[in-house]
Design a protein around this ligand. Structure first.
Ligand code: PLP
Length: 456
C-alpha cells in the first residue's frame, strides 16, 4: 500500500479497519463508523485528513501541557538521536539525558522525592510500584505486608498489575484480578454521598481506608494508592475534608502512600503536582504524561528518600527494569518540555490566567438544564449530565448513553472532550489562551444545547 501524501482518508480508514486493534475501543463498532484520521497539530489545535479543525480539550490523553508542535522539543530529540539514539541504563551505565532528567524531576517534584525509576508509561510506573512496595516491606522484615488498597473508579493503567490497582470493573471482568488488591469507595460525593454533606462524606470516604486496614489487618497492608483527583474515573474531585483525613490515617498506620500523579502532575491542578495542591507527602509517586507533554513516551516512579534509603541500603539488586528505562531521546524530550514549562512559566499561566478564566465560565454551565454539577480544579474539570435537576437522584438509563451522544456532538462541533459515564470531561493544554478559552466555552455550550435538543 502506497503511504504517499496523496492517499485519501478512506484509504487510511480501510487500512486501519483491516489491521489496527485500537485501545479501549469496540473495534466492530469503530469499523462500522470509521476512524477519524488525525494528521496535524499545533498549539491547542488538531486537524484531520479532511481538513477539519478541533480544539484539543483533552490535551491528547491529559498529557500535552505545552501544546502541540513545539519545534524546540523536536530539535532536542533530533540532536539527541544524532548523538546517542539509544543506550541502556542497566549494567552500571548511564547517559547524560537520563542523569540530567533525574536531577530535574527531583527539583520540580515535592520535597523529599529525590530518586526516580524510569519507565515508558504510567502503567509501567504502577507495575513498578507494585513490585517496589512489596520488595520494600520484605526488606523491612514484614513480608506479610502485601495488600495494596486502591479505589473503585481509580485508574492506574492497563498492564495486569496496574489494571488490578485501578477500580474499573470492566477491566477486571475481562482479565481477572491479581490477588492482594482491595478497593474502597471513591470520594465522589455526587454518586456516593447520599444524604451526607460534601465535607462529612469526604471524612467518611477517607475513613473507608481505616476500616479496610482494620478489616484486612495492618500487618497485611502494604500501601494505599490514589490519584489526587481521579481522572479517567470522571474527574472526581474529592471534598476538601478527604485528603487531610487520608494523610492522618497514613501517618498513624504503617502503610506506604502512593500518589499517582500521572494525570495531576506537571501543572494540571494549577500547582506542579496534585500533592502540592492537597499537601500530600507521597512515599512513591508515579509520573508520566506531562513529564514529556506526550512528545515521546516516558514515565517514572519518584521515590521518597525514606523509601529509597531502604531500597538502596538493604536491597541489593532490584530485579526489575525495561529496555527503554530512561531512553535517551525520551529523556531529551522530557528535559526540553520541562525547560519550556519552567522558563515560560506554564504552571503559573495555568494557575493565574487560564484556570480562573475557564473555571468562571465552567461554573456558569451549572445553570444549563442538562448539567447536575460543574466541577473543576486547575484546568481539570467535568460536567455531570443529568435527566433532571438538581440531579443527584435521577440518572440516565442506560448510564453512559447520553455522555456518548454529547461527546459525539462535541467532536462534530470541533471540540475534543471525553465522556466518562454521563460526565463530559475537559483537560486542555495548560498553555491555552483566553481567546481559545472563549472558543472552547462556546463549543461546550453548543454541545450541551445540541444534546438537549436530541433528547427532547
Ligand atoms: N495512572 C493514571 C492516573 C492515569 O490516568 C493513566 C493513564 O491515563 C495511567 C496511570 C497509565 O498511564 P499510561 O497510559 O501512560 O500507561
Amino acid at each position: 500500500m502506497n503511504l504517499a501524501r496523496n492517499v485519501s482518508t478512506a484509504d487510511f480508514q480501510r487500512l486501519d479497519a483491516a489491521h489496527h486493534l485500537h485501545p479501549f475501543t469496540d473495534t466492530r463498532q469503530l469499523n462500522a463508523e470509521k476512524s477519524r484520521v488525525m494528521s496535524k497539530a499545533h498549539g491547542v489545535w488538531l486537524w484531520d485528513t479532511d481538513g477539519n479543525r478541533y480544539l484539543d480539550g483533552m490535551a491528547g490523553l491529559w498529557c500535552t501541557q505545552i501544546g502541540h508542535g513545539r519545534r524546540e522539543v523536536a530539535d532536542a530529540v533530533h540532536a539527541q538521536m544524532m548523538e546517542l539514539e539509544y543506550s541502556n541504563t542497566f549494567f552500571k551505565t548511564t547517559h547524560p539525558p537520563a542523569a540530567r532528567l533525574s536531577e530535574v524531576v527531583a527539583e520540580v517534584t515535592p520535597d523529599g522525592l529525590n530518586h526516580v525509576f524510569f519507565t515508558n508509561s504510567g502503567s509501567e510506573a504502577n507495575d513498578t510500584v507494585f513490585r517496589m512496595v512489596r520488595y520494600y516491606w520484605q526488606l523491612q522484615d514484614k513480608p506479610a505486608k502485601q495488600i495494596i488498597i486502591g479505589r473503585k473508579y481509580g485508574y492506574h493503567g492497563s498492564t495486569v498489575a496496574a489494571s488490578a490497582l485501578g477500580g474499573m470493573d470492566g477491566m477486571h471482568k475481562q482479565a481477572g484480578m491479581v490477588p492482594g488488591v482491595h478497593h474502597i469507595t471513591p470520594p465522589h460525593w455526587f454518586d456516593f454521598g447520599g444524604d451526607m454533606s460534601r465535607e462529612d462524606f469526604g471524612v467518611w470516604a477517607a475513613k473507608e481506608l481505616e476500616r479496610a486496614i482494620d478489616e484486612l489487618g495492618e500487618e497485611n497492608v502494604a500501601a494505599f494508592i490514589a490519584e489526587p483527583i481521579m481522572g479517567a474515573g470522571g474527574v472526581l474531585i474529592p471534598p476538601d475534608s478527604y485528603w487531610p483525613e487520608i494523610s492522618r490515617i497514613c501517618s498513624e498506620r504503617e502503610i506506604l502512600l502512593v500518589v499517582d500523579e500521572v494525570i495531576c502532575g506537571f501543572g494540571r491542578t494549577g500547582k506542579w503536582f496534585g500533592s502540592d495542591t492537597y499537601g500530600l507527602k507521597p512515599d512513591l509517586m508515579p509520573i508520566a504524561k506531562g513529564l514529556s507533554s506526550g512528545y515521546l513516551p516516558i514515565g517514572g516512579v519518584m521515590v521518597a528518600d525514606r523509601v529509597a534509603d531502604v531500597l538502596i541500603d538493604k536491597g541489593g539488586e532490584f530485579y526489575h527494569g525495561y529496555t527503554y528505562s530512561g531512553h535517551p531521546a525520551a529523556c531529551a524530550a522530557a528535559l526540553e518540555n520541562l525547560r519550556i514549562m519552567r522558563e515560560e512559566r506554564v504552571v503559573e499561566h495555568c494557575a493565574e490566567e487560564a484556570a480562573p478564566y475557564l473555571q468562571e465560565k465552567w461554573r456558569s454551565f451549572a445553570d444549563h438544564p442538562l448539567v447536575g454539577e460543574a466541577r473543576m480544579v486547575g484546568l481539570f474539570g467535568a460536567l455531570e449530565l443529568v435527566p433532571a435537576k438538581p440531579g443527584r437522584t435521577e440518572r440516565f438509563d442506560p448510564v453512559g448513553a447520553v455522555g456518548t451522544i454529547a461527546r459525539d456532538f462535541s467532536f462534530a462541533n470541533g471540540l475534543i472532550m471525553r465522556a466518562v459515564r454521563d460526565a463530559l470531561v475537559i483537560s486542555p493544554p495548560l498553555v491555552i489562551t483566553r481567546e481559545e478559552i472563549d472558543q472552547l466555552a462556546k463549543l461546550v455550550e453548543k454541545t450541551l444545547d445540541d444534546t438537549l435538543a436530541e433528547l427532547r
